[in-house]
Structures are given as structure tokens and as C-alpha cells.
Write a protein that binds this ligand. Structure first.
Ligand SMILES: *Cc1c(COP(=O)(O)O)cnc(C)c1O
Length: 402
């Protein structure tokens, strides 16, 4: 296929109507190329992307170091099963371990798979009668049935029952409710340190330390789902460092390979052996292409000092969007943690996403009324300001039209 295609969006969409299962809501636009903070559609329009790859493209589109590593690797060795050793997988595990709590990695291909691995690990690590996992309302952990059950929101369960046994849900931020749910069959607490799909919800300061204490007091594993918050999104390598609370397990996907499919579960060297040989596997997990992309992603963040850059950019968003909250009566609250940004609106966000798209700015809306931005770390100040000003203009005009 030629990517400099002259095929129109309309022609591309036609194939979907006939051949692709329509389980996604899609914008009526086909994208053909990306570079840094920009993507182009089939008609040649350029968009400034503040939601690149649903959070996967934290380094922007087609980061050069990732492109180069993948191009080099695909010509050497694309895939071998995990019955063999490859240098790239070992180096990737080392690179993740050195930036987190010094543990070991299991590799897979998506966030939901990383969470399934964590669910199995929790059940295997704790005594046989402990199998229950406490998760949180408003959370999101993925679409396989275990992770769907871990996801408390009823809208994700409709028509799928019976779900997996052994999950209990507490309100996010409510330590007393968690404590009340713990019994002698509980194995783990699994939580997003900041809820992403749930609307960029930042927990109260005592919540994550309180979960750590409850887990310690009751012999439970504390699992942080860092699929969205990990790998520099908060301006720290991992959100557990942002909150200074160390979990026993973290799960990573989305941005971990700079836009290539890849995922990992990290745990301590003490807990890791509980995932015994033969108990879990992923055929493509940790394959050389994903591993090289993963290493290139981490090295790029170091080399270009992008954790610091994420913090600087965060301050720009905080300042610009905070100001907007003061000026607009439909923006109720602005929540910012590094480059994870939510604007709580008093109205539906869908029309604002659409109006931004018409002005060539891509953002997202979650939970109906929360505008979500997951901008890349590689924005210039000017690009960050340009996007914020455009969003502000759209919101203010929307405001006046109401
Ligand atoms: C996106 C997401 C997942 C699911 O990841 P997939 O790669 O789509 O399976 C799980 N947990 C969180 C917190 C996420 O944001």
C-alpha cells in the first residue's frame, strides 16, 4: 500500500462499512500520516494532536529513535517464541527495572493482558483461599473478561454476564469502604493511581498511602494499573513515584513502546517467582521489535530530558487552562497531573471535541462531560499555547452560543 495515497477519506470509510465490525464510534476522517505533534488526514488537512494515539504516543507521532530501532530490528529478527532468549527482551526488562523499583518484568501486548497477568499473579502469590480483588468505581482496566470485571462501571458489563467471580468495588478515594470490603478471602487491591477513562480523577492525598497500609496490614498485593499514567505521563517515570507510594505490582502498556503495541507487568523479585513456569504466557510478549521500541522510548525520554519537559509543559497547561476556568462558566474544574489533563464541564463535551476538530485540534471527551488531553512530551511552548488558546476560543464561543 502506498501511504502517499490519493484515496479519499470517503473511499477508505467505504471499505469499513462492508468489511470491518462496527464496534467503534469513529470520526468520519481517515488519517494517513503523523509526525511529532501533528497528523494529516487523507485530504491533506493537518491537525495538532493533543490526544495522540489515545495516550500511546507520548513521544508524539513516529518518534525518530523508535522508528529507527524498529526498522533496524524488523530486518534482523521479527519474532521468536519465549522458549528462547533474546538480548532485546533482557535489556528492556533491565531498563524498566532500573527506572522503577528494581524488580522483574513479564511482557505481553496490551493493557488488558498486563492486568490479567496481575490478577493471576495476585491469586497465585497469596494463600489458596485468598482470591478476591478490590477495585474502584469509575475505574478502567481493559476489555478481556477478567479486566472487564475489574472495571466497576456497569456500562462496560451490559449483556456480558455472568462475569468473573471474586471482584468487589469500592468508591474511588474511600479508604473506609475498602477496609469494610476486606475479608480473609481478599488477595489484592487494584487501582489506577489517577483514573483516566474515569475522567482524570486525582485521588485525595491520603488515599494511595492508606491503600498501601491496608494492603500491608492484611497481607494483600497492591497493584497499580499504570497503563495510562506510566512511562513519564505524570512527569515522573511512574505515577507511584509522583505520589511516593510504592505498589507491589505495576502494569504498563499504551506509551511503553512509543506507539508500537507492547505491554509489561513489573513486580518485585520476591513476588515474581509466584508466576510459576507454565502458569502464564503471551506468544508475542516481549518480542524483539516491541523490546527495541520500548528501549528506544525510555532512552529518548532520558536523552532529551523529557520528564523535566513534561513538568514544564504541565505548568503551561495548568496556567492557560486554569485561567480559562476562571473566565468560562461551563468549565467547572481543571485537573492536571503532568501531561494528564481533564476539564470538568457543566455541559456535554462531545460538541466541543467536534468544534475543536473542525479547527484542526484533536482532543477527547470521557464520561460525557470531561474533556481529556493527553498531549505529547515533545510539544514546543508555542504549540502548547496555540492549542490551549484554540480550545479556550472554542469553549468561550460555545459558552456564548448556549
Ligand atoms: C487503556 C487502558 C487499559 C486497557 O489497555 P488496552 O491496551 O486497550 O488493553 C487498561 N487500563 C488503563 C488504566 C487504561 O487506560
Amino acid at each position: 500500500m502506498d501511504t502517499t495515497t490519493s484515496t479519499s477519506s470517503e473511499q477508505i470509510i467505504e471499505q469499513f462499512q462492508q468489511y470491518v465490525i462496527p464496534n467503534y464510534g469513529r470520526y468520519p476522517v481517515a488519517l494517513v500520516r503523523g509526525e511529532g505533534p501533528f497528523v494529516w488526514d487523507a485530504e491533506g488537512n493537518r491537525y495538532l494532536d493533543f490526544f495522540p494515539g489515545w495516550g500511546c504516543n507520548l513521544l508524539g507521532h513516529c518518534p525518530p529513535a523508535v522508528v529507527e530501532a524498529v526498522q533496524d530490528q524488523v530486518a534482523k529478527l521479527i519474532h521468536v517464541p519465549n522458549t528462547w532468549y533474546t538480548e532485546a527482551q533482557g535489556l528492556w526488562a533491565k531498563a524498566l527495572s532500573e527506572r522503577s523499583f528494581g524488580g522483574q518484568a513479564f511482557f505481553c501486548n496490551s493493557g488488558t493482558e498486563a492486568n490479567e497477568a496481575a490478577i493471576k499473579l495476585a491469586r497465585l502469590h497469596t494463600p489458596a483461599k485468598q482470591y478476591k480483588i478490590i477495585t474502584f468505581s469509575g475505574g478502567f482496566h481493559g476489555r478481556t473478561l477478567g479486566s472487564t470485571t475489574a472495571t466497576a462501571q456497569p456500562k462496560y458489563h451490559e449483556g456480558l454476564g455472568p462475569l468473573m467471580a471474586g471482584f468487589a468495588y469500592a468508591p474511588f478515594g474511600d479508604l473506609a469502604a475498602v477496609e469494610a470490603l476486606i475479608d480473609d478471602e481478599t488477595a489484592a487491591i487494584m487501582v489506577e493511581p489517577i483514573q483516566g477513562e474515569g475522567g482524570v480523577v486525582i485521588p485525595p492525598a491520603d488515599f494511595l498511602p492508606g491503600l498501601r497500609k491496608l494492603a500491608d496490614d492484611h497481607g494483600l498485593l497492591l497493584i497499580f494499573d499504570e497503563v495510562q499514567t506510566g512511562c513519564g505521563r505524570t512527569g515522573e517515570w511512574f505515577a507511584y513515584q509522583y505520589f511516593n507510594v510504592q505498589p507491589d505490582v505495576i502494569t504498563l502498556a499504551k506509551s511503553v513502546c512509543g506507539g508500537i503495541a507492547g505491554a509489561a507487568m513489573l513486580t518485585t523479585a520476591e513476588i515474581a517467582p509466584s508466576l510459576r513456569p507454565g502458569m502464564h504466557a503471551a506468544t508475542f510478549g516481549g518480542n524483539p521489535v516491541a523490546a527495541r521500541a520500548g528501549i528506544a522510548t525510555l532512552e529518548t525520554i532520558d536523552r532529551e530530558n523529557l520528564l523535566e519537559r513534561a513538568k514544564e509543559l504541565s505548568r503551561i497547561f495548568q496556567e492557560r487552562l486554569g485561567q480559562l476556568a476562571g473566565e468560562s462558566d461551563i468549565v467547572e474544574e481543571v485537573r492536571v497531573a503532568g501531561l494528564m489533563i481533564g476539564l470538568q464541564l457543566s455541559v456535554e463535551g462531545g460538541p466541543i471535541v467536534k468544534a475543536c476538530m473542525e479547527r484542526r485540534l484533536l482532543i477527547n471527551c470521557t464520561q460525557g462531560t470531561v474533556l481529556r488531553l493527553l498531549p505529547p512530551m515533545i510539544l514546543s511552548d508555542e504549540q502548547a499555547i496555540e492549542g490551549c488558546d484554540l480550545l479556550a476560543d472554542v469553549i468561550k464561543n460555545h459558552n456564548h452560543a448556549e
